[in-house]
Design a protein around this ligand. Structure first.
Ligand code: IMP
Ligand code: MG
Length: 179
């Protein structure tokens, strides 16, 4: 699989450092609060697993899976919830954990959906990668691991066509693979 990569964006050591920094900030911001951490499937699964093991707080974990209609258009598109959360978040502080924030449509809609349906006290967003130059929806992350430019990255949970999620590092995929 290494030969499918143009270059390595973040190796295991760099990812671990990023995760530790994010966890430290989250721990201090949510100390003494009733935190629910919600992983957005599937891309966040490895990041979330590493992150929560660094978060020394009495928190609740849950998962959600969504697909956004009309990605790439204005951020009024609906979100289809493929797997909803199981725990109650009413009146609680929620941290949404995502692999990468691109157009922002998915999280924009997921956040609105959760606010409207469940009335949490707050929703913050933690994303491992952020591509701000691609944003069309009015959303930003509260915790960003690394800002990237407009290249397609895979590994450590991130996929192309459901492949490469199992890579222990994050690489920039060679454009000829996906064009
Ligand atoms: P958004 O709704 O446009 O922000 O899309 C976010 C989703 O698009 C992420 O959760 C990923 O599944 C996918 N995505 C966007 N950019 C990349 C990338 O560079 N590599 C892998 N997946 C990506
Ligand atoms: Mg994906």
């Amino acid at each position: 699989m290494r030969s499918d990569m143009e270059s390595i964006l973040a190796d295991e050591r760099e990812l671990s450092d990023i995760v530790c920094d994010l966890a430290e900030r989250i721990c201090s911001d949510y100390s003494g609060k009733d935190l629910v951490i919600i992983g957005v499937l599937k891309g966040s699964f490895i990041f979330l697993a590493d992150l929560v093991r660094r978060i020394d707080l009495r928190c609740t974990l849950d998962f959600l899976s969504a697909s956004s209609y009309g990605a790439g258009t204005v951020s009024t598109g609906c979100v289809r919830i493929k797997k909803d959360i199981d725990c109650s978040i009413e009146g609680r502080d929620v941290l949404l954990v995502e692999d990468i924030l691109d157009s922002g449509n998915t999280l924009f809609n997921v956040r609105n959906y959760l606010f409207d349906k469940y009335r949490p006290a707050s929703i913050s967003i933690c994303t491992l990668f952020d591509k701000p130059s691609r944003r069309t929806a009015d959303i930003s992350a509260d915790y960003v691991g690394m800002t990237v430019d407009d290249s397609f990255i895979v590994g450590y949970g991130l996929d192309y066509d459901e492949k490469y999620r199992n890579l222990p590092y994050v690489g920039i995929l060679r454009p000829e693979i996906y064009t």
